[in-house]
Ligand binder design. Sequence first.
Ligand code: 13P
Length: 287
Amino acid sequence: MLVSAKEMLEKAKAGKYAVGQFNINNLEWTKAALLAAQECNSPIILGVSEGAGKYMTGFKTVAAMVKAMVEELKITVPVALHLDHGTYEGCYKCIEAGFSSIMFDGSHYPIEENVEKTKELVKVCAEKGMSLEAEVGSIGGEEDGVVGAGECADPNECKMVADLGVTMLAAGIGNIHGKYPANWQGLSFETLDAIQKLTGDMPLVLHGGTGIPEDMIKKAISLGVAKINVNTECQLSFAAATRKYVEEGKDLQGKGFDPRKLLAPGAEAIKATVKEKMELFGSVNRA
Ligand code: 13P
């Protein structure tokens, strides 16, 4: 069964650790992430961008696959299936498809419109028992065609959106999707601190988890971050392991071309990355 992310994030915020959101792309990805969570006895949020949802033939396919996989793999840790950077229309599609959590990314709208649409979705999600993530201040870089300038959020706007009754709040604090450039200035802990002071118990979300140094991750958690999103790092691990398998000519030995063999090192690499992050975020044995 899929659960809303509310309880796991409230526990994380109170316990000063973070739950990882790991974005999925296909069956292997989903299986690797779920097995890693079970082995770590950690709650997990599976993130699905609109692009990934489309790639997997639609949100209904994704919801059906994840629900069945949780059952068939006998996963007992809490699992939330979450839309990542959803459009207004995408949110309604995922509600209908049976997701347990959504993110409405209204950060590109004027704040009044972001508030209006978020408010409406708070009501719908409450009726369905789903969790809702809102965003203020865009996350830099590009993810699946969603491009953000990466400005720091205004703490007062964060309070305004947090007060609407969302479950979790993503706020730009200098974080970027994808790899960080060499001249990256780092996270703005000043902004994070100001947001946390105004939003109190609200679980804060750190996007762009790939490549953020460990000490910054730990400091962000100490300042109220309770959910950290990781996407690119699993993609890089998968690609490197698959490249190694092919470069070593293993696909040419025996039945090494069998997709179950060809994709196995990549899947194992995703699993290892997810476990490493769960250790770092402190969510191990918190299921
Ligand atoms: P990365 O791809 O940088 O890990 O970011 C993931 C993310 O924030 C998903 O919303």
